[in-house]
Design a protein around this ligand. Structure first.
Ligand code: SF4
Ligand code: SF4
Length: 242
């Protein structure tokens, strides 16, 4: 878990906020929060949206602006924007403006609100909208002086992020299920085979999209194909697991 993730985990109770709770925030568009960024993680929808806005394929976008690594806890491929220079500038910051302003990564669009899933002993199959928890990450900048006041519900709606976000739930189910399977499989196969499996997950879940086609139907098909392959190839190692 990175430093920001650890901070949120340790302060979760204090940072929790309800959908109709109010918070004070007014962004001054100074772009300071796009510097010193090592933690802008992208999900497949973020990659699809940004690639589409920049008229690139998802593969070209990831190669140009991102890097992938295996999560130390989750054991699945994670994709993040690769910071540049000594100030760790977001690679999508140009002339103090976001190059994908209309389709910013979800974590940037929602900021200073964050969203996570509380598993509390649940399996992937149990994850639903009731498992979603919102957090208010008080910005360390002029934005926190207000004076604008918002509810979480209004804030998300203003950025076109649905409250009942079907993609978010399916993505959380998928990473929980695939992560659990990978942690089990990793104990039993060689490092070389695991590398092949990680690469298949990276390509199959994050890159295998055509930006001229609808995202959600491709995502559902990719998840279905990958989990089917996982169970048909490694089913004996996963018996009795989610
Ligand atoms: S969130 Fe804060 S640091 Fe970021 S652009 Fe707005 S005012 Fe500036
Ligand atoms: S994606 Fe855009 S909003 Fe997010 S850190 Fe980069 S430049 Fe800033």
């Amino acid at each position: 878990m990175d430093e920001r993730g650890l901070n949120i985990f340790n302060n979760l109770e204090r940072m929790k906020i309800g959908l109709d709770d109010k918070f004070k925030f007014e962004c001054h568009m100074c772009a300071k929060c796009c510097l010193h960024r090592d933690d802008v993680l992208l999900n497949p929808k973020d990659i699809y949206n940004a690639a589409k806005e920049l008229n690139l394929t998802t593969g070209e976008f990831v190669e140009k602006y991102c890097e992938a690594y295996i999560g130390s806890d989750s054991r699945i491929p994670i994709v993040r924007l690769k910071p540049r220079g000594s100030v760790h500038r977001c690679p999508l910051l140009k002339d103090r403006k976001c190059m994908v302003h209309r389709s910013k990564p979800t974590v940037c669009a929602m900021y200073p609100i964050g969203r996570c899933v509380i598993l509390a002993g649940k399996t992937a199959a149990d994850i639903d909208m009731d498992s979603v928890q919102y957090i208010f990450n008080k910005p360390d900048c002029r934005g926190s002086d207000g004076p604008e006041t918002h509810t979480v519900r209004e804030w998300l709606e203003s950025f076109g992020i649905p409250i009942g976000d079907k993609f978010f739930i399916l993505w959380q189910k998928s990473v929980t299920k695939v992560g659990s399977a990978f942690r089990e499989i990793e104990k039993k196969i060689s490092e070389e085979t695991m590398e092949i499996l990680w690469n298949a997950a990276f390509v199959g879940l994050y890159l295998h999209y055509k930006t001229e086609l609808d995202f959600m139907s491709q995502f559902e098909e990719n998840v279905q194909n990958f989990t089917t392959m996982l169970h048909s190839t490694f089913g004996d190692m996963l018996e009795g697991r989610e």
